[in-house]
Design a protein around this ligand. Sequence first.
Ligand code: NDP
Length: 321
Amino acid sequence: MNHAIRVHENGGPEKMIWEEVPLPEPKPGEVLIRQKAVGLNYIDVYFRTGLYKAPLPTGIGMEGSGDVEAVGAGVTDLKVGDRVAYAGSIGAYSEARCAPADRVVKIPDGIDYTTAAAMMLQGMTAQFLVKRTYPVKAGETILVHAAAGGVGSILVQWAKAIGATVIGVVSTPEKAAQVKALGADHALLTSENIPARVKEITGGAMLPVVYDSVGKDTFLTSLDCLRPFGLMISYGNASGPVTTDLGVLAGKGSLYVTRPTLNTYTAKREDLVATANDLFDVVLSGKVKINVNQTFPLKDAAKAHIALESRATTGSTVLLP
Ligand code: NDP
């Protein structure tokens, strides 16, 4: 017996249907995973609404953890019984699912299934953002939008562990308190004049980098927080995709803009393993905590989507099969 959330047509949370589905058999190069926990990510909303396209009907969800129940032909480095986790393979909202073995990693002792499911996608994203897209250095001041969110909470802690001064931006005083508790030096509210506050905090120097997952609503504000030659990292669309013309960069100080994705940074197996290991190390060291602040039964994934889209979640959210 196997159940999964399926989407037959794009739309609101009510389009996610809990169905009985056949237990899949692993094809060559795949493993069958009996899932213990599934991670909720904003990208799941984009696939549900159709902002990102998958052929319909489709499974949904990108991230999970569990035990290997069967292995397909040609899989040599995973075996039945291994504790594993993955990110980036659609169809995670399922009690059991097959995934390409080369996208799956073993979970180290000391990390439980719920933490693993919460951290793979958001944590590996934070890893490439602070270590590769812009390698943050001790003493630098950086700004993180949606700082109390899933990726945001991890980014804030990781940048602090490196020794940066961190400015977090959030929508409510409650989230601001949480971001300060994560170690952020400054927690600004979206209602404030963010560039003016950054100017004040940096004594006019402005920032070498901004991490922006909000997209449409914050793109221009983020540009105005940067110093000459600064880097605008636009890595998400929580408020809608950025549609601004490149012309806005004229006269802004020869800025750089990038729109990175985890898929590119972990496309090679060796990069996936290195990224995951760096994440496991920082979590096991205690420098970064994965805060699972909400859990929902997997069959109630619609409730989780409503909470995420209404900005009611903080930290990570996990769905339990
Ligand atoms: P979050 O937990 O950060 O949730 C989204 C947050 O965005 C909200 O809590 C809210 O924080 C903020 N927000 C601002 N405007 C809106 C709006 N109009 N509607 C809803 N939320 C809004 O989600 P995740 O950690 O899962 O993902 C964060 C972002 O990172 C997403 O955009 C996602 O697509 C992106 N991402 C990108 C990846 C990549 O490879 N490029 C990989 C992983 C994630 P507040 O209330 O404080 O403003």
